[in-house]
Design a protein around this ligand. Sequence first.
Ligand code: PLP
Length: 394
Amino acid sequence: MNEPHVMPTYARYPLTLVRAAGTRVWDDAGRSYLDFAGALGVTAIGHSHPAWVTAVRDQLDTLDMVSNLYATEPQARLAGRLAELMPVPDARVFFCNSGAEANEAAIKLARKHGLATGKPSIVALEGSFHGRTTATLAATGQPPKRAAFEPLVDWFRFVPPGDLSALEAILTADVGAVLLEPVMGEGGVRPLADDYLRGVRALCDERGVLLCADEVQSGLGRCGDWAALQHAGVEADVLTLAKALGGGLPIGAMLARAGISFVPGDHASTFGGGPVACAGALAVLDTIERDALLERARLIGEALPGAAVAAAPAGSVVEARGRGCLWGFELARPVANDVVLAMIDEGVLATPAGPDVVRMSPPLTSGDEEVAEAARAFGAAVATVLAPAEEGSA
Ligand code: PLP
């Protein structure tokens, strides 16, 4: 589609999408695709789930928008549900509109708490991704994404993921928080080991440091648990959510354990936690619970990686990493974008997560046949892109 007035912040794939339902999307030529890109991890319950559509419509008919100067029932209920489900003790919830905003709020909260306790620095991980606002970009451990905007705030220090000794060494007296994604998404789909996460929690407890978990991509069933941290049995002091939460409407949430809180005047959002987005989010949570979608995500996680690797030419996939409905397939060469393009030809949408990783984030509602179809398309696409070169070099 010709779109001369859209600012080109995304390198688009050659598709214009006009319709979506369940696990499928349709382009303007009427061709359908299996959506294993999942709107970058948003569509946990698929596109336009009837329960979500009904909840959003009903809310639009009842109370559309009133601002955060007043309490609303959907926001109070959603905060209560998230406090129940997420591994944050007796949580208080701040609502915003995106993952970056949720992390921005977490960073501000950690910074305020840290300044008050003489520990204003924050440790983040190399290879992490926390968003594109200036503070979340400063927390993102991918220097090329930061380069055009330096200098950014100098509140962050970085350590390699998975290395407890490095973390221990960097937790000097001025560090008040550790920020991490339990499953690193944009950095190539890298689940942090349960032992590492338990070790981080222990170190944070020992040093009086906040553990802030960015579950924007990994949370809400994507990795088979309400929060990926629960796989390791670990609790966070601060935890952020977005993507899947709104079911397609923009909403983000920052949870902080009781005792760590903003007060009026510290932070705000005009649209944050509006009644319609909250009603949609409640429908997402209810659907995940009612339809046992955490279990379904785990089953998909048992089937998808094996089938996808088996469908690809031998040696072309170096490693399959992930959990539940978030998988990254590391290729033998940095051709992830070419494979994603070839998958479009095969009728399946996926996304790259770095130059050599093809990522699939299917809805938790995906059926067995859809999983098999995506695996087959991945295998065929990898064969198209990689096999000729592999043969040539053999
Ligand atoms: N944090 C993580 C782990 C993410 O994967 C993303 C987006 O991909 C973000 C934060 C930023 O979220 P948003 O694009 O909603 O601002």
